[in-house]
Design a protein around this ligand. Structure first.
Ligand SMILES: [Fe+2]
Ligand SMILES: [Fe+2]
Length: 305
């Protein structure tokens, strides 16, 4: 049995002080206002600390974190998130993919999400990744193999215009994903795709969706996969897609710092127990959710895929 924990959308706060007024230009002006007016009440870092403790107590074989570690892409936020990750656990235990808030504005890779690169590195270095100054386009997709489980990390994080929170994979990433899924299927791996945005149309409004979700859906239908884990909606989500190779289960986790006020679900993490039995995969899922009255994570629900 292989156990995999999934969490998402940590939105580590509070916002650090910016280094200069230039840091608040453009989209970040709105982002800063939105944080102080509304978002800081939606994200409590104490909950993420309790989640880390709860995940550790369950000792999963691996952890997947599907993006939105930070808020408005200030330089100091990337640094603090790198320290947060290091305190959470080692890079060979945690796999990260970035979200739209991690690319809130164009930012040099090496000083931005590149600080988390050890958590976004595949087992096999693809030729492009050897370049002197790698950017996101050389890093994704990456593949990590843990026993007979393969984790495929995608980046849908690209800077967005003022009122959009969408994302895009692009043709290169999609074609590499197709080849990767085919190869892993032929080698008998259980395939887990990690992506911040919901991977298929209809799971989120257009202004918050992947530009190329229809194309990604086609790749998944053609090549199959066992599981797709996503975040972004700050809500529980569960659906499936019929592919040429059976059902692909698509599951979204809420924000890891959400107290559960208002329209968003309370913070929760998912524990996947993946087994190979009599030639078929069987996956059971236990959800652990934040209980504000108890100040702790408690069993929420469970199901089998
Ligand atoms: Fe988010
Ligand atoms: Fe997001």
């Amino acid at each position: 049995m292989f156990t995999l924990a999934h969490l998402s959308d940590v939105h580590i706060g509070p916002l650090p002080k910016a280094e200069s007024w230039r840091d608040y230009l453009g989209k970040r002006t709105l982002g800063k206002l939105s944080w102080h007016r509304r978002r800081r009440f939606l994200h409590d870092p104490v909950i993420a600390s309790a989640m880390i403790a709860d995940i550790r107590a369950h000792a999963p074989d691996h952890v997947a974190l599907t993006g939105d570690l930070i808020n408005i892409a200030l330089k100091q936020e990337f640094i603090e998130a790198a320290l947060w990750l290091k305190a959470f656990g080692p890079p060979d235990w945690i796999t990260v993919v970035p979200g739209n808030h991690d690319a809130y504005r164009p930012f040099p890779w090496a000083e931005g999400a590149g600080l988390w690169a050890d958590y976004m590195t595949g087992d096999i270095r693809l030729p492009g990744a050897a370049r002197a100054a790698p950017g996101a386009e050389q890093v994704f997709p990456f593949v990590r193999q843990r026993r007979n489980i393969a984790l495929i990390g995608l980046s849908s994080a690209v800077p967005q215009s003022l009122f959009r929170a969408g994302g895009r994979l692009g043709a290169d990433q999609r074609s590499e994903l197709a080849a990767t899924l085919e190869d892993l299927r032929q080698r008998g791996f259980y395939r887990v795709v990690l992506i911040h945005h919901p991977p298929v149309p209809g799971l989120t409004p257009r202004r918050r969706a992947l530009d190329d979700d229809q194309e990604l859906k086609q790749v998944l239908e053609d090549q199959g996969t066992d599981l797709v884990l996503y975040g972004h909606n700050h809500r529980h989500g569960r659906s499936s897609l019929q592919t040429r190779f059976g059902a692909a289960h698509i599951v979204g986790a809420p924000s890891a710092t959400s107290p559960g006020h208002g329209t968003y679900d309370a913070a929760a993490w998912y524990l996947y127990k993946i087994r190979r039995q009599e030639g078929a995969w069987s996956t059971t899922v236990n959800i652990r959710s934040w209980d504000g009255r108890k100040g702790a994570f408690v069993a929420h629900s469970s199901f089998t895929l």
